[in-house]
Design a protein. Sequence first.
Length: 204
Amino acid sequence: MSEQSSPLLAYEDYEANAVHIGTQTKSKDMQPFIAKTETEGATIHLIDVTKTDERVALASQFIGNYEPRDILVVSARQYGQRPARMFAQAIGAQQIVGRFIPGTLTNPNLSSYIEPRVIFVTDPQADSQALSEAVKTGLPVIGICDTNNHLRNVDFCIPANNKGRRSLALVYWLLSREILKARGDTDDATWSHHQKVEDWESSF
């Protein structure tokens, strides 16, 4: 894949929406995506938003290779539910927000059973049941990963704050825009006119 000539968004926009704010802990897996560690007051690890931007672009290209109904987005995390739902609606994907019923991806006898071809998780830790079943069924997994996440079962990570309301809204808003642009269904100006990122934020 060719490298991006310019970022999808100004890096200041990522920071204004707290996409770069990680957690007080970090995993070895996420070390390459950490820009720096603030130690004044409570320790906080900050995410490199240049890598967030690059990986949103790559993830959008990858997801764009699938038929919309073959894509499943999952969010157990409260702040991720509204943006995940809006992402699914925007690109035509399937969604499971809130509780994930065990066996949804592995037990054909369940009424909730579905067979997606790719799964997108909001947080590998909070969405661990969906992640486990995706691994058992051999589905590729894309995940929004914070500094404390482990990537053992995540095939492609988008480094970002996956606990913040504004951060999750921005990431899902941007992913939707880029996937629809790749399909030829929108452009930057049209998308931004009709879809305001603040409208994607959870109201909880």
